[in-house]
Design a protein around this ligand. Structure first.
Ligand code: ATP
Length: 352
């Protein structure tokens, strides 16, 4: 049995089903992210793990112990919310030591643990400050220290970075990952931000309307999305509409071109419409080619972004966008001109 076992979890709110049938096994020390759009059920699953919400069906097991019907304080979980949720009338040190005090830890041990936590989050000098005297990023580090101070079995992070500025968000997410690895805490992280999920997770669970679309490592999710939803929700995706020519050979007709993919044509038959999913980085502009896996496109827009240049083109009714590196010695295509776009076989995904 894995460290965290969630089996057939369901949650209904009246006639509405927020979580349909959710199961996952998580190993000790794994960093799992629930990723999906607003309303997909990710927070509801996290709240059931925390004990804030009772499942309608299913079970939750932490380290061999069934916690499905236990109260939050009997589950040994640490939790961090988007809104920091620090106690405003307590100092940083008091906030971090709060859970330890509730657990009746002797004061000397509390002081030692708080000191250790302050060093871990690099806020040693701010122990006597109050939350309102600190930045959002600092407050969230305190919330993190408070959540891990009594060594929880599972750390639950509910969009902890969403309220922060872009720069702080990136640096704090790196800090969280380093800390989580160092302490080897099994962690469940909720976000709607695909870049955040890709950068921080061991595995990602992509959720849509209460159901799992795909579970996989960041590179599996990004490179081999199993559904059109995953492909378009995670990363930038171009979609070329075509028709299946040959299922075995992985050939697709797009306009008057035949494109070949090394990826199987899942669940489709010859003659059916399909979508070719193409990541921007799989596209080459005017590359020397034997004419295979190539389409003609018309340039619609060229935006200079510094180190890269974003080019938007049109192929029939589809828009294909991609970036090229800025090269001062190279002339960029002008709007309205015709260019050829070629694609690597292994990067062409065919979706229903
Ligand atoms: P967000 O990112 O917006 O928080 P989410 O993916 O976390 O979205 P949930 O908060 O889990 O989604 O909500 C899933 C569904 O369940 C939504 O349709 C929501 O309206 C519904 N829901 C959540 N909590 C309740 C509740 N207490 N009563 C009724 N419906 C609820």
């Amino acid at each position: 049995m894995a460290f965290l076992e969630i089996s057939h979890l369901k949650k209904h709110f009246g006639s509405q089903t927020a979580v349909k049938d959710f199961s996952i096994s998580v190993e000790k020390g794994e960093f799992i992210t629930f990723l999906g759009p607003s309303g997909c059920g990710k927070t509801t699953i996290l709240r059931m793990l925390a004990g804030f919400e009772a499942p309608s069906e299913g079970s939750i097991v932490f380290d061999g112990k069934d916690v499905t019907h236990l109260r939050t304080n009997q589950r040994n979980v640490g939790m961090v919310f988007q809104s920091y949720a620090l106690f405003p009338n307590m100092t940083v040190a008091e906030n971090i030591g709060f859970g330890l005090k509730v657990a009746n830890m002797p004061q000397a041990q509390i002081d030692a643990r708080v000191k250790e936590m302050l060093a871990l989050i690099k806020l040693d000098t701010l122990a006597a400050r109050y939350p309102w005297q600190m930045s959002g990023g600092q407050q969230q580090r305190v919330a993190l220290a408070r959540a891990i101070a009594n060594k929880p079995k599972v750390l639950l992070l509910d969009e902890p970075l969403s309220a922060l500025d872009a720069k702080i968000r990136v640096s704090l997410r790196e800090e969280i990952r380093v800390l989580q690895r160092e302490l080897n805490i099994t962690t469940v992280f909720v976000t709607h931000d695909q870049e955040e999920a890709l950068s921080i997770s061991d595995r990602i669970v992509v959720l849509n309307e209460g159901s799992v679309e795909q579970i996989g490592t960041p590179s599996e999710i990004y490179n081999f999305p199993r559904t059109r939803f995953v492909a378009s929700f995670v990363g930038t995706l171009n979609q070329l509409h075509g028709t299946v020519v040959d299922v075995q050979a992985g050939t697709i007709q797009v306009g008057d071109q035949i494109l070949v993919s090394t990826n199987p044509v899942n669940g489709l038959t010859a003659g059916q419409p399909c979508v070719l999913a193409i990541r921007p980085e799989a596209i080459q502009l005017n590359a020397p080619s034997d004419g295979k896996n190539m389409v003609q496109a018309t340039v619609e827009d060229v935006s200079f972004l510094g180190s890269i240049v974003r080019i938007r083109t049109r192929v029939g009714s589809d828009v294909i966008s991609f970036d090229v590196f800025n090269d001062p010695n190279q002339t960029l295509p002008a709007r309205g001109v015709s260019v050829s776009l070629s694609f690597a076989y292994e990067n062409l995904l065919i979706l229903k």
